[in-house]
Write a protein that binds this ligand. Structure first.
Ligand code: FAD
Length: 457
């Protein structure tokens, strides 16, 4: 009997447990369902849709080259997949387990109707399998990481399976008809210069990173250098498995790969968080933050203008503006700058972290339900880890400390002629570059007093 492989954020052929198991059981029908209903408000953002188009195109070509196909359907995934199983008389549906709450629910719904086989492999360890001595899941990264490391290395990655085609292929949508990429205006021209979505692009990216991985510990924090892997969208879409990345680094001992592996575990940690708290991206974990008197862009014109300036990279803080413009142009932002820009929105502009999380959700090619919220709540100090609200980042100091001059020149061309010394905080604003929305000291005092008021209320 034909075996359906229901693909979601696991768009690869190698080390793909669902594909492999299906191929061992019979002819394989790989299917991807574009589902804008089930995730509700969490339907894919614009940058994610851009990425998905490229990734599906590449996967479709790769499957064709192996005598298989990628079937595309649209609608509520649970319904579409179950109906497809009836249509083709499927023996089973195989899929890699996903942890976004709407996918957990969809998996349960499908399992009620047909034989659904769930596989692991998108994370180093399945969330929930690392628990404390008391049998509860971890809420703090460091003990989680220590316990998880005891299970490493992950199993060696498996190669692509051999596919048998079914006697008849079911009908498929045409990818172009989904219109996942923008046409007019095409805001994604900058994306094309930076990214190659798909498994081959991911493999290439990993290869490039291996050349510089030994220096990762220091260079990862320097936005002017390409010191990090830039694998995040590939990992998010499952175009490469974390086990593959892990094993590629194996044998390269030293601080670089050690610290890289711990970053990979942040990704696992975030899934571990949303598994415990499925609405984590929509609610401050610490309930007192619900009482924080944020400046509300829906009600306050000044806050609305500030939020817009932040999104457009026109805050008057060069490092923040460079990051926000890099995000808009390429769908990605350097991690150090993400922290600075997020902290600026929350603490300098006193705008609820959820406004920022939503903007990132729409604009990041690596927008991830778990990673995005875990990091936003980490910066705001409202999350599972230590309460860090009062640790207010000084954007100008950070910019100088992490040597962001070249980075600013690239993304804020109005400032390109300034010296390394002046560029972090231009003494005279070149024409067209805005004044600071608020001074650092004033912002700091306003934020701390807001925090004290929340604590007292
Ligand atoms: P590398 O430094 O090369 O790290 C390797 C991989 O480890 C990354 O590709 C990623 O999968 C994982 N990783 C690294 N750092 C983190 C982290 N802090 N949290 C979780 N996983 C991590 N990352 C996302 O993948 N999606 C998001 O939506 C996202 N939103 C963020 C929002 C904010 C406010 C902040 C501060 C960080 C966010 N991050 C997010 C985490 C981090 O910035 C990116 O994963 C990283 O910049 C990606 O670049 P890289 O692939 O070169 O990372």
């Amino acid at each position: 009997k034909p075996q359906i492989v229901w693909l979601r954020r696991d768009l690869r052929i190698e080390d793909q447990a669902a594909l492999r198991a299906a191929a061992e059981a019979g002819p394989v029908i790989p299917v991807f369902v574009l589902d804008d209903e089930t995730p509700g408000e969490r339907r894919l953002g614009s940058a994610s849709r851009w990425w998905l188009h490229g990734s599906l195109q590449e996967l479709g070509d790769a499957l064709n080259a192996r005598g298989s196909r990628l079937i595309l359907r649209r609608g509520s995934a649970a319904q579409v997949v179950s109906l497809l199983a009836d249509e083709v008389g499927a023996g089973a549906i195989h899929t890699i387990r996903h942890y976004e709450p709407w996918w957990v629910k969809a998996e349960q719904d499908i399992a009620k109707r047909v034989d659904l086989v769930l596989h692991d492999g998108n994370y180093l360890l399945p969330p929930g399998c690392v628990v404390t001595g008391a049998g509860t899941p971890y809420r703090i990264f460091t003990p989680f990481y220590r316990a998880a490391m005891a299970h490493m290395p992950p199993p060696a990655p498996t190669s692509a399976p051999h596919f048998h085609a079914p006697a008849r292929w079911p009908a498929s949508d045409r990818l172009d008809d989904w219109k996942l990429r923008p046409t007019r205006p095409d805001w994604a021209t900058g994306f094309v210069e930076v990214w190659t979505p798909g498994e081959a692009g991911a493999t290439e990216r990993l290869k490039d990173f291996l050349d510089v991985a030994a220096e990762y510990e220091t260079t990862r924090n320097l936005p002017s250098q390409e010191g990090s892997s830039r694998l995040s969208p590939h990992l998010h879409w499952g175009e490469i498995s974390p086990a593959t990345v892990w094993h590629a680094l194996d044998g390269r001992q030293g601080k670089g790969s050690e610290s890289f592996r711990s970053e990979l575990f942040w990704r696992d940690f975030a899934q571990n968080v949303i598994t415990q708290f499925p609405d984590y991206p929509d609610r401050s974990f610490r309930p007192e933050f619900e009482k924080f008197r944020w400046r509300d862009p829906a009600k306050d014109e000044n806050a609305k203008a500030d939020l817009k300036a932040w999104r457009q990279g026109r805050t008057g803080y060069p490092i923040v503006d460079a990051g926000m413009r890099q995000l808009w142009r390429t769908g990605w932002m350097h991690n150090r700058v993400r922290m600075i820009a997020a902290s600026f929105l929350i603490k300098h502009l006193l705008i609820d972290w959820r406004s920022g999380e939503r903007w990132f959700w729409d604009t990041l090619v690596d927008a991830d339900y778990g990673n995005n919220a875990t990091n936003w709540q980490w910066v705001s100090g409202s999350g599972v880890d230590a309460a860090l609200f009062t640790r207010i980042m000084a954007p100008l100091t950070q910019s100088a400390k992490f040597d962001a001059a070249e980075y600013i020149r690239e993304w804020v061309p109005e400032l390109a002629d300034l010296t390394d010394e002046d560029i972090h905080d231009p003494p005279n604003r070149p024409r067209g570059y805005p004044d600071q929305l608020i001074g650092h000291r004033e912002a700091r005092e306003r934020a701390l007093s807001g925090y004290r008021a929340m604590k007292a209320s």
